[in-house]
Design a protein around this ligand. Structure first.
Ligand SMILES: C[S@@+](CC[C@H](N)C(=O)[O-])C[C@H]1O[C@@H](n2cnc3c(N)ncnc32)[C@H](O)[C@@H]1O
Length: 301
């Protein structure tokens, strides 16, 4: 059975129900206690799972990725099944974080090569020290791009002007996991232009986006767009106007237009983000969760 089938039919499994129950118990706890428990659990994961980045590095990427190893392996499996990733491919991982995907990829890309870049120094240093050391075909670059365009002290280059540090047509597959969720339109369109520049002919592009459409409000009671991303800019919305790149969600039609303008052909359907294990995504989506809005787009040049 393909992973996509599992995602669509996972709603009734015992695993799903236990995930839902756990989440309901969690939501009943006060936020401060929840944060403390999450921190303790994160530490425990690090203690029992050697070879993954320490909690303070992991926390930079996402508090929901406690199962760092499994979510990375799921992602690589998805790249193989849905985007035809081959062991000889050259892969670019935009905003690679602390190696969630690079770690399992390093066991798969035996003949090919990998480049990852990110703005977070601790993540890149960890990857260089732990992944590049054992897999010299895996390289990591620290880049300087502003993470908050509204902050006077952020000295990074504007995302709208950043040029990826690679020659044209260098990659068979570009992966962008949760970076367009941190880019405003001028940054997103520039990153898309750069993807098209560095992708080889017939290259594939897999990206996760926060996305809304006419259906978005259905199935997510109490978690409306207006609650989660209160600031409306028509084709996109942000959570926080003082730090707009914190979380950006786009109208599906806007993303489709951008892809079409650049000759990126979307493999239909756009689906719920495979980064998150299927059990976290109940098929009826009635529970209402932020992740309902996270989607994955597979496209080809
Ligand atoms: C949610 S994390 C995702 C990490 C990784 N892609 C993964 O799937 O595990 C977002 C990452 O984007 C990085 N980031 C934020 N803005 C960036 C930018 N403009 N260019 C490159 N990386 C950026 C952050 O440092 C962080 O590592």
């Amino acid at each position: 059975m393909r992973k996509s089938d599992v995602v669509q039919h996972a709603g009734t499994s015992i695993r799903d129900r236990s995930v839902i129950l756990r989440r309901q118990v969690k939501m009943a706890l006060p936020p401060q206690l929840r944060r403390r428990l999450r921190f303790a659990a994160d530490r425990a994961v690090g203690l029992v799972t050697p070879g993954i980045p320490p909690p303070q590095v992991r926390r930079v990427i996402s508090p929901t990725w406690l199962d760092f190893r499994r979510s990375g392996s799921d992602q690589v499996e998805f790249l193989v099944e849905s985007a035809g990733l081959r062991p000889k491919d050259q892969v670019l991982d935009i905003a690679c974080g602390c190696g969630r995907v690079a770690l399992p990829l390093s066991r798969y890309l035996t003949e090919g090569g990998y480049e990852g870049f990110d703005i977070d120094r601790s993540s890149i240093e960890w990857c260089q020290g732990h992944i590049h050391r054992d897999h010299p075909n895996f390289r990591f670059s620290l880049v300087s791009v502003a993470a908050n365009s509204s902050a006077a002290g952020d000295t990074g280059q504007p995302a709208a002007e950043f040029r990826f540090p690679y020659p044209g047509k260098s990659f068979d597959l570009v992966f962008a996991g949760s970076i367009f969720t941190h880019l405003l339109p001028d940054g997103s369109t520039n990153y898309l232009d750069e993807v098209v520049r560095v992708l080889d002919r017939d290259g594939r592009f897999v990206a996760t986006w926060l996305l809304f459409n006419a259906d978005a409000e259905r199935g997510v009671p109490g978690r409306s767009l207006a609650n989660l991303w209160p600031h409306d800019h028509d084709t996109y919305r942000v959570k926080d106007e003082d730090h707009p790149e914190l979380s950006v969600i786009y109208a599906e039609r806007q993303i489709r237009d951008w892809y079409a303008e650049r000759g990126l052909k979307i493999a239909e359907p756009i689906r719920v983000d495979a980064t998150y294990c299927p059990a976290r995504i109940p098929a009826d989506r009635a529970e209402g969760m932020h992740l309902y809005y996270a989607h994955c787009i597979v496209a080809a040049r």
